[in-house]
Design a protein around this ligand. Structure first.
Ligand SMILES: NC(=O)c1ccc[n+]([C@@H]2O[C@H](COP(=O)([O-])OP(=O)(O)OC[C@H]3O[C@@H](n4cnc5c(N)ncnc54)[C@H](O)[C@@H]3O)[C@@H](O)[C@H]2O)c1
Length: 288
């Protein structure tokens, strides 16, 4: 059994991710500054902005575990722009992530998977995207402090990997993470093509986001890369051509975008990680 530390384990996605990893047979230790326990795993309360705390939780906690961890999944963050001040978002998120990256290095942990974000792509697209589908080849264009920190973290990971060629650091640029219960509101998005223009009508089922985490934990490679993680389709019953003509006329399609195919490209995640979304709001069932 491989032991993995999940930061932000009490969070909305953290809980789904812990559940997935426990069910897949991982020995999970969740760390968060709030919450008390996680199903099937162990829980440690700690503030990620304190380097000492982060070094300790990767090593040993009295009566809970010793012997360190094999891999890190770093999800702990203030999870969106506008929740608090820009400076509080910056201070918490960049400090937490630097501490996690540095503590992994100090503890000799060679695998780090962390939550980046679709916001690095230019959300809310007040300036239209340069192409659809948008993919990782398009330079990051953060439009908020939250997104800027995510972009900086991607650069930080590149330097950590340059310093240590044995390290693997995979950033997952999650689209809007949705739980099954959230699908009930999707038909309402079709009232106006503008409602979900802000992220190119993207989403990802929490179970598929967790699948991506596990694939990033196990993919056989070193170095760093970032991957867009989205569902295979959009949130809309309207065809892509109608959505794009209404909201982004003139934005070039670099390939066929299909009737409802995601406009946040998951081609690289499919190719490199073997990621394949299994859930869609459209039929709300699990594909084989
Ligand atoms: N939810 C989405 O749609 C979405 C989309 C893209 C990226 N992300 C990223 O995914 C990750 C998880 O998001 P979420 O939706 O579960 O958010 P969430 O707010 O539900 O969970 C984040 C958790 O991190 C913890 N945390 C924050 N700062 C901490 C600190 N200093 N020390 C210890 N714990 C701390 C919080 O207590 C919280 O439980 C975040 O990094 C977020 O930026 C989320």
């Amino acid at each position: 059994m491989t032991r993995v530390l999940v930061t932000g384990g009490s969070g909305d996605f953290g809980r789904a991710c812990v559940k997935h990893l426990v069910e897949a047979g991982w020995d999970v230790i969740a760390v968060d500054q709030r919450g008390e326990e996680v199903t099937g795993g162990r829980f440690v309360r700690a503030d990620l902005t304190n380097l000492g705390n982060v070094v300790e939780v990767m090593n040993y906690i009295d009566w809970q575990y010793s012997g360190g961890v094999d891999a890190i999944v770093h999800l702990g963050a203030i999870p969106a722009p506008g929740i608090t001040t820009s400076s509080a978002t910056f201070d918490n998120n960049i400090r937490a992530t630097h501490n996690v990256f540095l503590a992994a290095k100090l503890n000799g942990i060679k695998r780090v998977v962390w939550a980046s974000s679709e916001t690095t792509l230019g959300i809310p697209f007040d300036i239209p995207p340069s192409q659809v589908p948008i993919d990782e080849s398009v330079p990051a264009r953060p439009e908020s402090t939250y997104a800027m920190v995510k972009a900086l973290e991607e650069q930080m990971a590149a330097h950590f990997c340059r310093w240590d060629p044995e390290l693997t650091m995979i950033g997952l640029r999650f689209s809007n993470i949705i739980h099954e219960e959230g699908y009930a509101e999707f038909p309402g998005f079709d009232e106006d093509t503008a409602i979900r223009r802000w992220n190119l009508w993207g989403y990802v089922d929490a179970r598929d986001a967790a699948q991506a985490v596990e694939r990033a934990l196990t993919v056989d490679r070193t170095g760093t890369d970032v991957y867009i993680i989205a569902a295979a389709d959009t949130v809309s019953a309207r065809p892509n051509r109608e959505l794009l003509d209404a909201q982004f006329p003139g934005v070039p399609a670099v390939r066929d975008v299909g009737e409802h195919d995601t406009l946040l490209s998951i081609d690289n995640a499919r190719r490199d990680l073997g990621y394949e979304p299994r859930h869609s709001w459209r039929h709300n069932r699990t594909d084989a």
